[in-house]
Design a protein around this ligand. Structure first.
Ligand code: F3S
Length: 286
């Protein structure tokens, strides 16, 4: 059988654990609850929660007074929270503490007079929340997704502050900081990439070098899982991104002796176990 190395950091981060546990708790306590979007980018978990009557909200207009809404780990803009309060709904705030930290840092930068550059994915719910806090505090700023974007949008400002979406790629963040540093007079940087993300990315980099093939598990829409797969593929071209065990193909493992496995922050342990089990089956004769 091939040697299978599973990254210690694979799977739910603590922010996702809080959100999923809160959603399960809300379903049990209130018999019905909504989440403001899929609680995590993982279909299997979303389906499990639906059985507890915890469902994704289609539109805020469907809410009635007294309904329960869980704010996901991504957080929301302050005006969304106010709107929910005005509707008289019961709010469970499962915003990850690391995301709240980004909100605080944005406010601090605005108070200190900085123009804010957010290193993140335009349109991502977390980034929408961060932009909401920027707007609320009266600040100005932009979101940049890659170096090309940064160069194209580069603001004519001398005093610039930087924060990152919590799941950003560390290498891009460092490259962007280097570029900005050489083009402004005054710079303040808060590396708000969360520990769970940086530890996971570092471990994938190490593992991808040691093995013949890498399997990255997680939702195809999960940004942090996609970034893990990109990081791994850049080091080890034999990298496959799968959502579940059924997607694995036996031929990938032919002649492979060492297999590395990691998973995004929204991948439950039971899916990781199923994938590992399937790899064992495929490689039992090798
Ligand atoms: Fe929070 Fe980081 Fe997870 S920001 S939700 S601990 S990936």
């Amino acid at each position: 059988m091939a040697e299978i190395k599973v990254a210690q950091s694979a799977g739910f981060c603590f922010g996702v654990k809080i959100a999923v546990d809160s959603a399960i708790g809300a379903g049990k306590k209130y018999g019905k609850a909504y989440t403001n979007g899929p609680i995590i980018h993982n279909k299997q978990v979303v389906q499990f929660l639906e059985k507890l009557n915890v469902k994704e909200l289609q539109s805020y207009s469907q809410l009635q007074e007294g309904d329960t809404v869980l704010i996901r780990s991504h957080g929301v803009p302050p005006k969304t929270e106010r709107m929910l309060q005005e509707k008289g709904v019961n709010i469970i705030d499962a915003t990850c503490p690391f995301v709240k930290k980004v909100h605080e840092k944005v406010r601090q930068l605005v108070e200190e007079g900085y123009y804010v550059i957010i290193i993140g994915e335009e349109g991502h719910p977390e980034v929408i929340g961060i932009l909401g806090h920027l707007e609320e505090s009266g600040g100005k700023g932009i979101v940049v997704e890659n170096m090309e974007d940064l160069i194209k949008k580069f603001p004519k400002r001398n005093k610039v502050g930087i924060v990152a979406q919590t799941t950003q790629n560390e290498e891009f963040f460092e490259e962007a900081v280097g570029y900005i540093a050489s083009n402004v007079e005054e710079l303040k940087v808060f590396n708000t990439i969360c520990d769970a993300t940086s530890v996971r990315q570092e471990e994938v980099k190490r593992l991808a070098k040691e093995v013949d093939l890498m399997i990255i598990i997680g939702g195809k829409h999960s940004g942090n899982t996609r970034r893990l797969a990109q990081i791994s593929k850049a080091i080890n071209p034999e990298t496959y991104h799968v959502e579940k065990a059924e997607e694995l193909e036996k031929k990938w493992f032919e002649g492979k002796e060492r297999i590395g496995v990691s998973a995004g922050a929204s991948t439950p342990d039971w899916i990781i176990k199923e994938v590992v089990q399937k790899i064992k089956e495929f490689t039992k004769d090798s």
